[in-house]
Ligand binder design. Structure first.
Ligand code: GLU
Length: 424
């Protein structure tokens, strides 16, 4: 059986492909020349399943998407007290490169704006670290999160440094208030190298899923961060990750997120998923136009808005057992996206014997739209592989959903089954 999830993700990409609005970032000479066309989407579950479509192997510089991860690294290595002496956790509502500090504390408002990120970068590997050692520490950490060796685009970094006057002024301001000790140009070089680490959407989805998963990299199983560190990083992403569009983002998408001027965008759903998109044209706030649209669609379609939290999908597949000639697949609880995904994942790997399958949904309490759609697509795929598929639904929970694709009503042993015809 083939998972229907990549096909679903393709339709999302197709729905935004034609949008060419926005512009690639032009204040960094190398980025101004970058190809605006690539479009990629990847999703990694807490269970370590990675789905990706479009230009999923195209590398780009991580830019500001690096900020929540370096903040997490600083919290992990230096502890909360040290980090909060350096940077606050209040959304600033300002542009990413605003020259601003908290009026009372003289610290940057949060680690997601450049002032905060330049300050947090200084915390890595101790105040006496050389720029190269500090950046290597960050590169190694990102590589562990992504599960592969990442490299730095040094040409892009040099290009950005040619026009880094604004970040240099921020660094001078930070030095003036003793927030950083390094010379301003070293602080900006170190931060700019952090931004020039190259990733693709698959790396970002896995890195994001590691935050979602309480710091355990879901594919390698490596425990990289503490759960409370992940929670802090996510909280700051939720309130400040989208700069001066953070409030609108939280109301329309409702997923902790971080964007970068390279065109990358991540969203992290605690306990569920890491999602990443790549599309270089940016809106006026510096967020990827098609990336934002993809997230709006995914959030609505998949019911991902954090403020509309649904129970998660663990143990949704009760068991698969054989009754005579038939394989009976028993589901239970609420079937939402994470539930359907884990059910389909087990079904993809299962070696069904015999020709007939019965999906027993008598213990399912509810399906949401996405859960129903994915299970339906999974059954269609099994049918296309030649299985006879029946559904046991004594509570009529799927009554309003009818398939047109040939599920036959039949009685199988003690199980009553019903056929479905497609309606939507
Ligand atoms: N390196 C970029 C800068 O500091 C990152 C900005 C962003 O991605 O939002 O200007």
């Amino acid at each position: 059986m083939q998972s229907p999830i990549p096909g679903y993700l393709e339709t999302i990409l197709d729905s935004v492909r034609a949008d060419t609005s926005g512009h690639v970032a032009d204040y960094i000479p190398e980025l101004a020349d970058s190809d605006p066309k690539p479009l990629g989407l990847a999703m990694c579950t807490f269970g370590g399943n990675l789905y990706s479509v479009g230009d999923d192997g195209t590398e780009f510089t991580i830019q500001s998407v690096s900020k929540p991860f370096v903040y997490a690294l600083a919290l992990q290595r230096r502890g909360w007290n040290k980090v909060q002496q350096t940077v606050g956790t209040e959304p600033s509502g300002e542009a990413f490169n605003e020259l601003s500090l908290d009026r009372n504390t003289k610290r940057p408002m949060n680690p997601m704006i450049n002032a905060g990120a330049i300050a947090v970068n200084q915390l890595i590997n101790g105040e006496d670290s050389s720029v190269e050692d500090r950046v290597e520490e960050i590169r190694e950490f990102f590589s562990a999160l992504a599960g592969r060796e990442l490299s730095i685009n040094r040409a892009l970094c040099e290009s950005e440094l040619e026009t880094a006057d604004r970040n240099l002024s921020i660094a001078h301001m930070l030095r003036n208030y003793d927030v950083i000790q390094d010379a301003a140009h070293d602080a900006v070089r170190s931060y700019t190298l952090q931004c020039a680490i190259e990733v693709d959407v698959r790396d970002l989805a896995i890195m994001s899923a590691t935050l979602a998963n309480g710091g355990v990299q879901p594919i390698t199983g490596q425990k990289i961060l503490n759960p409370d560190v992940c929670r802090m990083a996510l909280a700051v992403m939720a309130s400040a990750g989208m700069y001066d569009a953070a409030g609108r983002w939280m109301t329309t998408v409702g997923i902790p997120a971080k964007s970068g001027v390279g065109g990358g965008l991540i969203g992290t759903l605690p306990g569920q998923l890491g999602i990443a998109t790549f599309s270089p044209r940016l809106d006026i706030q510096g967020n990827s136009v098609r990336g934002v649209k993809i997230f709006q669609k995914l959030s609505k379609d998949m019911g991902l808005h954090l403020m509309a939290a649904e129970p998660q999908g663990e143990y949704a597949l009760r068991n698969i057992h054989t009754e005579g000639q038939d394989s009976v697949i028993r589901l239970q609880g609420k079937v939402n996206f994470p539930a359907a995904e884990s059910i389909l994942d087990e079904m993809v790997d299962h070696d069904f014997t015999g020709q007939r399958l019965v999906l027993d949904i008598s213990r399912v309490s509810s399906f949401n739209r996405m859960g129903r759609r994915l299970i339906k697509e999974g059954l269609r795929s099994l049918r296309e592989e030649g299985f006879e598929v029946a559904i046991y639904d004594p509570e009529d929970i799927l009554k309003d959903l009818q398939y047109s694709d040939g599920t036959e009503a039949e009685t199988l042993g003690s199980l009553e089954s019903r056929s479905l015809e497609e309606k939507d």
